[in-house]
Design a protein around this ligand. Structure first.
Ligand SMILES: Cc1cc2nc3c(=O)[nH]c(=O)nc-3n(C[C@H](O)[C@H](O)[C@H](O)COP(=O)(O)OP(=O)(O)OC[C@H]3O[C@@H](n4cnc5c(N)ncnc54)[C@H](O)[C@@H]3O)c2cc1C
Length: 461
């Protein structure tokens, strides 16, 4: 419960219209993309400038009030949930694209810019910002930086951290710090930009971002392949990479998800296919002509029942629209859906798929698969019911089995969603204890009062 004097001061800083305290509003900001976590804040503030954020943080520090940064709240780790109450600082009103430089290939944006809005502007300039989390219609650039998000294109183009050149950060004590800059090369002291990229809002508030852009690839070709056996589809991915071709995207959709998408969209997906792979190659028209032919050959040699090139841009768009709808289709399929993002080395994908099948049979939970086969991140999604206690207990064991299987194969706990609240109980299984010690020390250096998105990433001690 905040003191009335603190509420008054927050209203003075951002204006009454940008402060929310009604029970219904607080409930709206109590949850995110996870289905099992929720906690209301005491207050929500929606600042419009960096100086306002600096004042909010000074006030929070003086009164030791926890502050949880939030963009669109689409994360799937519990990252934006104000687990200790306090202030939710939502950046969605800071949504200006400040500059797009065609000559330096950079964009400078406020944190609340929605990714799709940036993409729409860039297309007009024939420019390209590759990180493409499948929440792109809603998620903010600030949220994607804090989560170091990635999507289908990361197999060829990398993840968010590869495109962040400079950041303006408001530290927990209100100091406004600038790190990095507008240059592609920057070797001036320790590089703090990647430290904040992926810091899940636990070190400071990102208030301005300078992004690296690239020219839009001149052309692309989309291929669709179907398989009778999932493990064959997994094998073919490493086969393509081993032959020296790096497609722009290789995405994986299992039969349940194919049918579910088709039920919702009726776009003519192959509903009898056990597994579908969607593959894009992009670049110069001449280069992709032969790359696409090679990929089709590898798909056929690798046991595809059918492998074909989309006949035109329309058909390609239909496939990718279907893929983007995949998560929505999954989330509406059960009362509680845990969409995991464990990731394995690409050449262990088939082993992981086999392991997941065993875990599903043993646990009795349906586990469906959709995701980024090209980078080993295939989102095993477990269907359950959070209202049934017995289901929840069994669920924890099943998730642990999935994490352990990924780690045994040389994989990692999270490829893109982060740790937040969701995975902290498993952090010690995935990291060297000394690495966790240093992470805690880094947190204490930036946030000595532990007010910045507290109790995230590792369990509170
Ligand atoms: C349907 C669906 C599909 C998705 N697909 C993908 C995918 O393909 N790849 C992927 O990586 N993720 C994916 N996600 C997860 C999620 O969309 C991303 O993590 C996204 O980047 C979060 O952006 P957001 O604006 O919603 O941030 P929020 O959810 O609001 O916040 C995310 C984290 O960032 C922190 N934060 C937010 N803004 C700031 C700021 N300005 N300064 C400091 N910290 C901040 C928050 O405290 C929180 O810890 C998906 C989610 C959904 C629901």
């Amino acid at each position: 419960m905040l003191k009335p004097s603190v509420i008054n001061q927050l209203e003075k800083i951002v204006g009454k219209e940008s402060v929310l305290t009604a029970k219904e509003d607080l409930a709206t900001y109590s949850y995110d993309g996870t289905t099992t976590w929720a906690h209301p804040p005491d207050i929500v503030v929606l600042p419009t400038t960096t100086p306002q954020i600096s004042e909010i943080m000074k006030l929070a520090t003086a009164n030791l009030i926890p502050v949880t940064p939030r963009g669109s709240g689409t994360n799937i780790s519990g990252g934006s949930i104000p687990i200790r109450g306090g202030i939710v600082l939502c950046t969605t009103k800071m949504n200006r694209i400040l500059n797009i430089s065609k000559t330096n290939l950079t964009a400078t944006v406020e944190p609340g810019v929605v990714l799709q809005d940036l993409n729409t502007q860039l297309v007009k300039e024939n420019l390209f910002y590759p990180p493409d989390p499948q929440s792109f219609l809603t998620c903010t650039i600030g949220g994607t930086i804090a989560e170091n998000s990635g999507g289908p294109l990361c197999i060829k183009y990398g993840v968010t951290k590869h495109y962040v050149l400079g950041l303006e950060i408001v530290l927990p004590d209100g100091y406004v710090m600038n790190i990095g800059g507008s240059t592609v090369k920057n070797r001036t002291g320790y590089d703090l930009v990647p430290l904040f990229t992926g810091s899940e809002g636990t070190l400071g508030i990102i208030t301005k971002i300078i992004l690296r852009l690239i020219p839009k690839p001149a052309a692309r070709k989309t291929m669709m392949a179907i398989f009778d056996d999932m493990t064959l589809a997994g094998n073919v991915v490493s086969r393509i990479l081993a032959k020296g071709i790096v497609p722009a995207k290789i995405e994986f959709v299992d039969n349940f998800v194919i049918r579910r998408i088709e039920e919702k969209m009726q776009i003519g997906l192959p509903v009898d296919a056990n597994t579908m792979l969607l593959i894009d190659v992009d670049g110069s028209p001449a280069a992709i002509e032969s790359e696409a032919q090679h990929v089709l050959d590898f798909l056929n040699e690798g046991g595809a029942k059918l492998a074909r090139l989309a006949k035109d841009e329309n058909e390609a768009n239909v496939y990718w629209k279907a893929r983007s709808a995949g998560f929505a289709a999954i989330y509406s399929a059960a009362r509680t859906v845990i969409a995991e993002d464990v990731t394995v080395p690409r050449d262990r994908l088939s082993d992981f798929i086999k392991k997941l099948d065993e875990i599903s049979k043993k646990s009795g939970f349906a586990i469906v698969l959709i995701g980024h086969a090209g980078d080993g991140n295939i989102h095993p999604s477990v269907f359950t019911n959070s209202r049934e206690k017995e289901d929840l207990d069994r669920l924890q064991d099943t998730l642990t089995a999935i994490f352990e299987a990924a780690l045994e194969l040389g994989g990692t706990l999270s490829g893109e969603h982060g740790i937040g609240l969701e995975k902290q109980r498993l952090l010690s299984k995935a990291l060297d204890p000394m690495a966790i010690t240093f992470m805690k020390r880094i947190k204490a250096v930036f946030d000595p009062n532990n007010i910045m998105n507290p109790d995230k990433i590792w369990e509170p001690s």
